[in-house]
Design a protein around this ligand. Structure first.
Ligand SMILES: NC(=O)c1ccc[n+]([C@@H]2O[C@H](COP(=O)([O-])OP(=O)(O)OC[C@H]3O[C@@H](n4cnc5c(N)ncnc54)[C@H](O)[C@@H]3O)[C@@H](O)[C@H]2O)c1
Length: 349
């Protein structure tokens, strides 16, 4: 059990959103699909953005002064959707007031800060969860369910792939000037999917490259992991891949076991192959009116992760993507950077 918000059953959980940028509109819309929660205030450093968000989603309070928000509003949790370099500060401000925290990935820009926050939340027994939604995507959940039936026997290798030429900088211009780009942005998702499916890693070797000369960070990362289970996992990420079929924002997966393979192919085609046969199905993500149909797989996963957060806050049971769990994903991300910098295989502790 972890700390939880007192006697929640009879009333709605009141919360505030910090950060009213690109991603917040999907996250707020997703919260509105769930009973038992009430968005009472939004905060952004520019008041116009906060006001616009409040008007669009009919939120009673909006602020550009976070201290005023904390003084005026009685809230059970904050949902932090600002840039990574602000996360540490906002998480600590909430902890100081014993307010539970949901924070967007990546948790922090460095590992020491992430460790410190996790230890502070443990010591104070304050719920602290990370919005790491990829593992909540319907096709990834389907994959895990199939693996759990042992249909292909002992798994020995896998490939997890997120490669596209999608112009991600149009929606998220800050990514173009990040010194560390694809591993921090997509690596946090993909390496979390790797952990979700195959458990913890023993070693990681990673090569990175910057293909797009207009950006600061790496836009290609190829990582080879040896998992404690013995699985060899190749995790490939690229925003420089001009392919016949553009699949952004889909994650493609191929898992090989002693009796067959499980494949999550383009357009959510899900196949299980054994020596006898191949079975096929399409795992269509749920669509919501506010979601962009092209990104339904990503947007619908927000509803599912938010539901998990709400249930965790109400019951005191740990969320699937607790900060303590996410710290292990972040460790992998930084180990990948260390490997790319040193050219060495990094052993995980
Ligand atoms: N889970 C996902 O799939 C997913 C997708 C996109 C973004 N994200 C994450 O969401 C977070 C935000 O990304 P985004 O694309 O919405 O960025 P964005 O730049 O569009 O939005 C960030 C907002 O935070 C505000 N802000 C920044 N610093 C602030 C401060 N000190 N005080 C008050 N407001 C401040 C900015 O004004 C902006 O409105 C990042 O952590 C990013 O990694 C996650």
């Amino acid at each position: 059990m972890v700390g939880h918000v007192q006697k929640m059953e009879s009333r709605k959980l009141r919360f505030a959103v910090l950060g009213c940028g690109f991603w917040s509109r999907f996250q707020i819309a997703a919260w509105r699909e769930i009973d038992g929660v009430e968005l009472v205030a939004v905060y952004n450093r520019t008041i116009d953005k906060a006001r616009k968000t409040a008007e669009e989603f009919n939120v009673p309070g909006y602020y550009n002064d976070i201290n005023k928000l904390f003084e005026n509003e009685k809230i059970d949790f904050v949902d932090i959707i600002t840039d990574v370099d602000t996360h540490f500060q906002f998480v600590q401000m909430a902890f100081k007031r014993r307010i539970a925290v949901i924070c967007q990935k990546p948790l922090t820009a460095d590992l020491a800060s992430a460790r410190q926050l996790v230890s502070e939340s443990n010591e104070a027994n304050i719920p602290f969860f990370i919005h790491e939604n990829f593992r909540w995507q319907a096709p990834i959940q389907r994959l895990k369910k199939a693996m759990d039936t042992n249909v292909v026997g002992k798994i020995f290798k896998a490939r997890v792939s997120f490669c596209s030429a999608f112009p991600v900088f149009e929606n998220q211009p800050a990514l173009a000037i990040s010194e560390r780009f694809i591993l921090m942005d997509i690596g946090t998702h993909i390496l979390d999917v790797v952990r979700f499916l195959f458990g913890e890693a023993k070693t990681i070797f990673c090569l990175t490259k910057t293909v797009n000369s207009k950006i600061c960070g790496e836009d290609v990362a190829n990582a080879l992991l040896e998992m404690h289970s013995g699985v060899h996992c190749y995790a490939e990420m690229s925003y420089a891949s001009v392919l016949e079929k553009e699949v952004f924002p889909q994650t493609l997966v191929l898992i090989e076991g002693e009796h067959g393979s499980i494949e999550l192919a383009a357009d959510f085609n899900f196949k299980i192959t054994t020596r006898e046969r191949t079975t096929c199905e399409t795992v269509t993500p749920r669509s919501y009116s506010w979601a962009d149909p092209a990104y339904a797989v990503s947007h619908s996963s927000i509803v599912d992760i938010n539901r998990n957060f709400r249930d965790a806050l109400m019951s005191g049971v740990q969320a699937a993507t607790s900060a303590a769990d996410n710290l292990k994903t972040l460790q992998l991300v930084f180990a990948a950077y260390d490997s790319a910098a040193s050219g060495e295989v990094i052993k995980l502790k």
